[in-house]
Design a protein around this ligand. Structure first.
Ligand code: PEP
Length: 245
């Protein structure tokens, strides 16, 4: 099944109101690439100003709480993200798994909460260095998908991102064969969970994607786009990735 490519940025805990100027150029490049979807997850404080600056562009959150409201100091609900103008949110990012101890069950609950409020979801999975060295990458990713993908997932709202933890922010990437292998395994796993809907779910690769390696990664079988951290912070680095898609 033909799936539109998606190039999604993730600013993490970076950026400022001044840095939002980058988004104007990025949005222009996105408009010039009508066959590619482009979106950027931002720190929550920047979502509303970004929407005001570039209306119509798909901005998202980097995390969401699973609860509707309540005593969760410092957290944001899906309704709050929607009110800020977000169209989607990342869940299960490996930095949150590592820093906040988030589990795949947490990612499931967060994805479900986001979906209840009409937010798209980019759900991240990926093995550690040690797990890959031990030959367990495929099993780890399969288990994460099994525990974190909601039963009713469809490509209309869910995107999976395969992000080997050891490739994030390190300048190291798996080989194209390794990427293709995990993506095929991930799609097969999705199929066992959601049936034919798996064909519509995009699977992004994430981890040290740059303008130099994007074209080859994006041409790899079963790679439907990229989730880009560091290289999404400036138009100079992000636009070549959009162009490569
Ligand atoms: C990410 O944060 O999801 C990511 C892939 O980061 P980077 O592109 O910097 O490796």
């Amino acid at each position: 099944m033909a799936r539109r490519k998606l190039v999604a940025g993730n600013w993490k805990m970076n950026g400022s109101h001044a840095a939002l100027a980058e988004l104007v150029t990025i949005a222009e490049a996105a408009r010039a690439a009508p066959l590619v979807d482009v979106s950027i997850a931002l720190p929550a404080t920047l979502i509303a100003p970004a929407v005001a600056l570039v209306p119509g562009f798909a901005f998202g959150g980097e995390d969401v709480h699973a609860a509707e409201s309540g005593a969760h100091t410092g957290c944001l609900s899906a309704a709050m993200l929607v009110e800020a103008g977000a169209r989607f949110t990342i869940v299960g990012h490996s930095e949150r798994r590592a820093d906040q101890g988030e589990t795949s069950q947490d990612a499931w609950a967060k994805a479900s909460a986001a979906h209840r409020h009409g937010l798209g979801v980019i759900l991240c999975v990926g093995e550690t260095d040690a797990e890959r060295d031990a030959g367990r990458a495929a099993r780890v990713v399969q288990a994460q998908i099994e525990k974190s993908v909601p039963d009713l997932a469809t490509g209309d709202w869910l995107t999976l991102a395969y992000e080997p933890r050891w490739a994030i922010g390190t300048g190291r990437t798996p080989t194209l064969d390794e990427i293709g292998e995990v993506h095929a395994i991930a799609r097969a796993k999705l199929r066992t969970l959601v049936g034919d809907a798996a064909d519509g779910i995009r699977i992004l690769y994430g981890g040290s994607v740059t303008g130099a390696n994007a074209a080859a990664i994006l041409e790899t079988e079963d790679v439907d786009g990229a989730l880009v951290g560091g290289a999404s912070l400036t138009a100079a680095k992000f636009v070549p990735i959009i162009e490569a898609a």
